[in-house]
Design a protein around this ligand. Structure first.
Ligand SMILES: O=C(O)CCC(=O)C(=O)O
Length: 270
């Protein structure tokens, strides 16, 4: 019998072919409320893990919250998350990166086209593209508030050359991306062949995507916030061979296989 928490064989096949799979509204409303409040609490705390908008000084991104918050440290082990990360990567997994990304109403900025593995391979020496990200919708995502856009099947090309725009790991924190596919002819050819998809859905939806899939998002000029949690998992057998120069809140150093959460998000098992 299919375990309701897990992906079907068809969904797993779709993920490997298209490089992403979308699950609309799968998380409980009560869990999403807790996660929303915790994300806002993290954004409000002054910390080196936090990045602010150049124009307004308002925070739009926090890294490593699973190391700072009990709720988030439990959430990365949620059966509807961890079980699927293990299915898709066909291995035990650990958290490589954890981000809260808020695209604020009226002003949330553009994320240019990029591939996550370009950063993880070049900056962290991740050996193989056997990692993925799940975007957890904390707000409803519509065509108006800056949905994440992916190039279906774009992961099958491997890494597309992208010259480093600037030096040092600090430049990998912001949306002024160090490696982007802006003006890339290969990116253009991929889109001509496969088109673009922007999965949209209610709070509690999950978008799983391969670390080589080209993706990005436009400005949020709508009056509606768009906050996401972005949880990136790596296969344990693909752990970094040497410690990344980037800090632990940006790049995971604990390669122990994660064990599924027992109990609920709010209350650990007695
Ligand atoms: O928040 C977004 O729209 C995109 C973020 C992103 O692509 C990233 O953090 O790698």
């Amino acid at each position: 019998m299919q375990n309701d928490n897990l992906l079907t064989p068809q969904q797993i096949e779709d993920y490997h072919r298209a490089g992403f799979v979308f699950q609309p509204g799968v998380l409980e409303a009560s869990d999403i409320e807790l996660l929303r409040r915790e994300a806002e609490r993290e954004l409000a705390q002054d910390s080196p893990r936090r990045t602010v908008e150049a124009g307004t000084g308002l925070p739009y991104r926090v890294h490593g919250s699973h190391l700072n918050s009990d709720l988030f440290s439990r959430f990365v082990r949620h059966p509807k998350i961890l079980g699927l990360a293990r299915q898709l990567l066909n291995d035990d997994v650990y958290v490589h990166q954890f981000k809260v990304n808020k695209k604020r109403a009226f002003q949330g900025e553009i994320w240019r086209w990029h591939q996550d593995f370009m950063f993880w391979h070049n900056e962290d020496q991740m050996p193989e593209p056997r990692a993925l990200t799940v975007a957890v919708f904390l707000d409803e995502v519509t065509e108006f508030n800056g949905p994440l856009i992916v190039v279906p099947e774009g992961h099958s090309e491997g890494l597309i050359p992208a010259a480093a725009k600037n030096e040092g790991w600090e430049s990998t924190l912001t949306n002024d991306l160090k490696y982007s596919l802006e003006n890339s002819e290969r990116m253009q050819a991929l889109v001509e062949q496969h088109g673009l998809v922007a999965p949209k859905g209610p709070r509690g939806s999950l978008l799983w995507f391969h670390c080589n899939i080209p993706h990005g998002s436009a400005q949020n000029m709508s009056p509606i916030d768009r906050s996401l949690l972005l949880l990136s998992y790596n296969a344990v057998s693909n752990a970094l061979p040497t410690p990344s120069p980037r800090p632990e809140w940006l790049v995971g150093r604990d390669f122990a296989p994660l064990k599924p959460l027992e109990g609920t998000l709010i209350a650990p098992a007695a």
